[in-house]
Design a protein around this ligand. Structure first.
Ligand SMILES: Cc1ncc(COP(=O)(O)O)c(C=O)c1O
Length: 351
């Protein structure tokens, strides 16, 4: 359902607002000083997350960026390179944090859908020599945001990770939307995490919690992560008030499947109207409208939707993103399609 001001916000799944149950859990949360390790709600949440993800330990951190940056800091050395897809969040959307905080650069791979093959890994690592930077970390993003929430298939993920390890690399998974990947693929959370040295999951996207992520791995890794989090200024005090909302969000994490169904409903409708510009079968909760083949300029689509109280994300000059989440519904999808119908009916008939 749209927000109380009538806006239907499809820009991102980060726009969700805490539910009444989350707010009430926040108000009554049992808290302590988490820097002393004494916040019972945070401690319980970290244990719950570790169990759910099948990892030894988890640490609650402020954001996905912080979780990724802690992992990068611990799994690389200055001067190293990180292998990732060219459009990875860790490279493009974290304000150069990896270079600034950890002194590393990126070796990027141009592929669709977030996939990196064993052949590419073998080729790029075989180029290593004493005068070349060492590629020491393979960083996956699953689901892959920029490709429209695509799932890196488990066999690709697992074979690539094994290949990376055989070349002395470690493996990080930016699983901001691992929940979506697990539901869409039917491959359980613990199966995905079992392949990686570190995993970052976000609670503030499809799960709808207001703040936070977890960075997960071995007990030893998480001990060190606690130190880096402190160094980055991310150690918090009575943060159980936030962890309590996450706890509620985790009760029905698999509800992200509803977002996938809604994205499919929207994609089918958009593809009927703009068949050359929309894939009618999104894999998770994102639908991309591409400028190529679209008879209406994307700016016009965005502005007409805006006039009707619908917000969409401008991913690039050639791509609009509609992201579904718990605060939009079928009525909002109909609103989008109504606007698009109006735009299509305005087009000259002899195009
Ligand atoms: C794939 C991916 N990784 C990491 C992040 C960063 O999360 P946060 O905004 O919590 O820092 C995002 C945010 O949208 C994301 O899409």
């Amino acid at each position: 359902m749209a927000f109380s001001d009538g806006q239907a916000d499809f820009r991102s799944d980060t726009v969700t607002r805490p539910t009444p149950a989350m707010r009430s859990a926040m108000a009554s949360a049992d808290v302590g000083d988490d820097v002393y390790g004494e916040d019972p709600t945070v401690n319980a949440l970290e244990e719950r997350v570790a169990d759910l993800l099948g990892v030894e330990a988890a640490l609650y951190v402020t954001s996905g960026v912080m979780g990724n940056q802690i992992a990068i800091n611990l799994l690389t050395s200055p001067g190293d390179e990180i292998m990732c897809v060219e459009t990875a969040h860790v490279r493009n959307h974290e304000n150069g944090a990896a270079s600034m905080n950890s002194g590393v650069a990126f070796r990027t791979v141009l592929t669709d859908g977030g996939e990196i093959s064993t052949e590419i890994i073998a080729r790029l690592t075989s180029e290593a020599g004493y005068h070349l930077p060492s590629i020491t970390l393979l960083s996956w993003e699953n689901t892959h945001n920029y490709s429209g929430g695509t799932v890196v298939p488990f066999d690709v993920f697992s074979a690539g990770s094994e290949a990376a390890r055989s070349h002395g690399m470690r493996v990080h998974l930016d699983g901001a939307r691992l929940w979506n990947a697990a539901v869409a693929s039917g491959v359980g959370l613990a199966t995905w995490t079992g392949v990686a040295d570190s995993v970052q999951v976000c609670f503030s996207k499809g799960l709808g919690a207001p703040i936070g992520s977890a960075i997960c791995g071995s007990v030893d890794f998480v001990e060190q992560a606690r130190v880096v989090r402190h160094r980055l200024g991310g150690a918090m005090r009575q943060v159980g008030v936030l962890a309590a909302a996450v706890d509620v969000a985790l009760d029905d994490w698999e509800r992200v499947g509803d977002d996938h169904d809604l994205a499919t409903e929207l994609a089918i409708g958009l593809a009927e109207r703009f068949p050359e510009s929309v894939n009618s079968s999104p894999e998770t909760n994102m639908v991309l409208l591409r400028a190529e083949g679209c008879p209406v300029p994307l700016e016009t689509v965005q502005s007409a939707l805006g006039d009707a109280g619908v917000r969409v994300g401008f991913m690039s000059p050639t791509m609009l993103r509609f992201c579904t989440h718990r605060d939009v519904d079928s009525a909002d999808v109909k609103r989008v399609l109504g606007v698009v119908d109006m735009l299509v009916s305005d087009l000259p008939t002899n195009r």
